[in-house]
Every structure is written in C-alpha cells, then in structure tokens.
Ligand binder design. Sequence first.
Ligand SMILES: [Zn+2]
Length: 219
Amino acid sequence: MEAKNQKNLDVKFEILHLPPQNTNSVLVSRGSDCVIFDPWGRAADWERILSERGLKLRAIYATHGHPDHTSAAPELAETFDIDWFLNANDNFLIGNANDFLDMFGLPHILDGYKKSVDISKGVVEILPDVSMEIIESPGHTPGGVMFYFPKYKILLIGDTLFQDSYGRTDFPGGDERQLFESIRNLYDMNLDDETYVVHGHGMETTIGWLKQNNPFFTK
Ligand SMILES: [Zn+2]
C-alpha cells in the first residue's frame, strides 16, 4: 500500500538560490523525502525551508568541494544525522575555506566538522525509484563529479562547464588538461539534446544549446 503510494508521488527538481545569492543549489523531493545538491548558504536557512515544506532531508551531495557548493553540508548532515557525499579527492578543500566564507558573511566550517562520505562513478538511488549516474569530472577540482538523471534527462554539471565558458582551473588542485578531457568525455556520452543542464552558477541550458553556443563543448 505504502509502496504503491510511493510510486505515484511526483518527483520535483527545484533550483534554489539561498542568500547570499551565488550558487544554483538543487532540491530534489518525492513526497516528504528530499535530498539537496550543492547546499550553499547557511544551514539555518536550509532548515527553515525544509521545515516550512515539511520535508525530511535524506542525504546531501556535492558536485565538488568548493565552499560555494558545500558551505551548509557538514552542519546539515550533523543536525539531521545523515550522510553527505563528496568525492574524496576534494576532501582537502573542506575546512580550508574560511576566508571565502568571510567574504560572504557566512559561518566558518568548525573544526571537527562532520566528514563527507566518498562517491565516485556509479549509479545511486537517491530516493525511492529516483536514480542518478555519477560521472567523474575532474579538472575544476580533482574530485569534481556530475550527476545525471537519465529518466528525467537532467544533468547537474557543477562548475565544469557554464553557459558560455568553463570552470576555472587556477584554484588549488585545478588542472586545465583534465578539465578539457572531462568535457570531451561528457560530449562523447552523446546525451540527448533536450537534456536539461543545471550549471553550478548562472542560467540553465540544454546539451543541444551547449553544442551550438558554447565553443568549449566539443570533441
Ligand atoms: Zn567551484
């Protein structure tokens, strides 16, 4: 009975811009369960949104370890006693970002913060019957990944590629050669042109749009 109801629940993908507005965070929910991708901003603001909507947070995923994609993750994971997932190659970026957080007036990640759980390529069921493929995408950071939802044709591309540019590689661990290899690998996946692409920052696009308009999205 419950399983049947569960199957009939709609899956919602929402892009949220938490203050101080900077990053495209994504909230995926089904019924009262949800997961957050790239939880920028303050944990307290996320907690308010979740409680207003009556949502239970089940897990957190980050495309990469930069603070504008992870600032609320350790605290939320601690508060709700859930896992937060990040490729282990980016662990060195967490807890090293206080100068950046200061610029936005955000609280520091405290010493002894809740550590992430490693993810690499594979398929993960994030909510009942909602699966995503993890695509390794190093370059902007060593542990960058993308999240692809084949059933919904949605790609969370992180900071690998933007509407008309690509992710910076001048931060610690960045590697331009690797970034372009990641972009080529994505191109070679031949995702449908209609695939909806959510970038870490800026406007959403589609794979078809990127092929036509982003000079860096090429073989
Ligand atoms: Zn970044």
